[in-house]
Design a protein around this ligand. Structure first.
Ligand code: AMP
Length: 216
């Protein structure tokens, strides 16, 4: 199963992608997580990416496409992947199509999570991410058992620099200007499913899996 999870920052793509990947035995490919890992390792790519991420801007397409091409090759043996935060622009979507064609694969579905701006801002400002394993937690809806520590691996929970109010606004603007056009791109290919990203984590997973099985 190869699916793209689309939607504005904070709508829950990362949380759902992790759950779906586990459920389907697929790889979870998050370009945001990959870039943050590069930043943590202080690589050249990480240093370059940080300049864009901290401003709420997109990292250039060529860098992202190279990074994804390497990951897809690494995941050749896995029975599919859930793409989270990629593609984010038309050139990235076209690059993904080329990459899949080279591997002899095709995309099964693009699931677009949708929700009100207030939901998104509320989620992002209270969101904490594990520095170690990337698990996402919410201070109000899913507070950690031990303050400041990840329930899954005990790693440090951080408030991402780009989850702060003024950067959230910029990221939402970038989404509207550069990423929302992908809804039409996948609609035209007959691959788009629109799913509400409002409500509990379990309800959203249920909606997505129903939608996926109705198109299987
Ligand atoms: P995310 O964790 O998916 O919200 O990504 C965090 C930040 O990483 C974004 O705001 C962008 O600056 C950068 N980023 C992640 N994925 C991409 C992508 N596919 N294209 C460009 N920039 C990206």
């Amino acid at each position: 199963m190869r699916i793209v999870l689309l939607g504005p920052p904070g709508i829950g793509k990362g949380t759902q992608a992790k759950i779906l990947a586990e459920r389907f035995g697929a790889a979870h490919l998050s370009t945001g997580d990959m870039l943050r890992a590069e930043i943590d390792r202080a690589t050249q790519l990480g240093t370059l990416a940080k300049g864009y991420i901290d401003k709420g801007m997109l990292v250039p397409d060529s860098i992202i496409l190279d990074m994804v091409a390497r990951a897809v090759t690494d995941f050749r043996t896995v029975p599919g992947y859930v793409l989270d935060g990629f593609p984010r622009t038309i050139p990235q979507a076209e690059g993904l199509d080329d990459l899949l064609a080279k591997e002899g694969h095709r995309l099964d579905r693009c699931v677009a999570l949708e929700g009100a701006t207030e939901t998104i801002v509320a989620r992002l400002s209270q969101r904490r991410s594990c520095r170690q394993c990337g698990t996402i937690t919410h201070l109000a809806f899913s507070p950690p058992r031990t303050a400041g520590r990840c329930d899954r691996c005990g790693g440090e929970l951080i408030h991402r620099e780009d989850d702060r109010a003024e950067i959230i606004r910029k990221r939402l603007e970038v989404y509207r200007e550069q990423t929302a056009v992908l809804l039409e791109y996948y609609q035209e290919q007959g691959l788009l499913s629109r799913v509400s990203g409002e409500g509990s984590i379990e309800d959203i997973t249920e909606r997505i899996t129903k939608e996926l099985s109705s198109h299987a």
